[in-house]
Design a protein around this ligand. Structure first.
Ligand SMILES: [Zn+2]
Length: 272
């Protein structure tokens, strides 16, 4: 069996310019789940450059309703709607998230999308409000959603069982909280926000934005017995040094696999 693959579509924070905002896909032999869509029309270019056709996207999960995660979802709906009208997309496209996220997406969609796409909403484009702890299956993944306990905006993360039995956990752009311990503990893969290096904390003040540093994420990974740590949702001051510097700082606190993928980088979620 080919391992599942994470394709990083956007590794950047909200005000990213050189990178795209935080979003990625999980791809297996049976399909593709898009997680968040960044902040705008740039998602179309990221998908095209990653050679992911709209017909290949089975579903989308939106972690929360902030601009840098949600607004690109409108463009995905427009893209999928277009593909459906051209007869290329068969079946139903489902978008999932917490009640608040889904209601906001539905409302903005009905205010801004072309009528022909709106007509598909509730028909072949389903917006589904998920409950805390609820599960769904997509692309050979079994996914359990959970409330991250965000204080800035209601936000859901998830624990996904990959086809080979490994577990990948996504916390959206929230640092780990103890209330989510049972979901995160022992994960094979943890995708975690890391706003900046610890040494840059005094300049970026990630805590004021509800974010943490690379060192914080690495300590969490060690504390919870995680095997591999994937860092994203970062500042972009020195993009050419980010992989090296972030990996080095994480390695001071965590001895597992450390990944700081660039935009459009593919990461094989191998089981070893
Ligand atoms: Zn964000």
């Amino acid at each position: 069996m080919k391992p599942a693959e994470l394709i990083m579509l956007g590794s950047g924070y909200a005000l990213a310019i050189r990178n795209y905002n935080a979003c990625f896909t999980l791809r297996t032999e049976s399909g593709c789940l898009l997680v968040d869509a960044g902040g705008g029309n740039g998602i179309l270019r990221q998908l095209q450059q990653a050679e992911i056709a709209p017909e290949h996207l089975n579903e989308m999960f939106v972690t929360h309703a902030h601009t840098d995660h949600l607004l690109g979802a409108l463009w995905v709906l427009r893209l999928i709607g277009h593909s459906m009208q051209q007869g290329k997309y068969s079946g139903t496209f489902r978008v999932r998230g917490c009640d608040r996220t889904i209601r906001i997406l539905d409302r903005i969609g009905r205010m801004t999308l072309p009528r022909r796409v709106q007509a598909l909403m509730g028909e072949r484009i389903e917006l589904i409000e998920m409950g805390d702890g609820e599960t769904f299956d997509c692309a050979g993944l079994r996914i359990q959603c959970f409330d991250t306990g965000s204080t800035k905006e209601k936000q859901y993360g998830f624990r996904a069982q990959l086809p080979d039995g490994q577990h990948l956990v996504c916390l959206g752009d929230e640092p780990y909280r103890d209330r989510n311990r049972s979901y995160v503990v022992g994960a094979d893969w943890l995708i975690h926000e890391a706003f900046c290096l610890e040494r840059d904390r005094g300049r970026f003040h990630p805590e004021d934005k509800g974010h943490g540093t690379v060192r914080d994420a690495a300590r969490t990974a060690t504390h919870l017995g995680v095997r591999n740590l994937i860092l994203y949702h970062t500042e972009e001051e020195r993009p050419e040094r980010r992989k090296e510097e972030y990996s080095a700082e994480a390695a001071t606190e965590f001895s597992g696999g450390i990944y700081v993928p660039d935009d459009l980088e593919h990461l094989l979620l191998h089981d070893k």
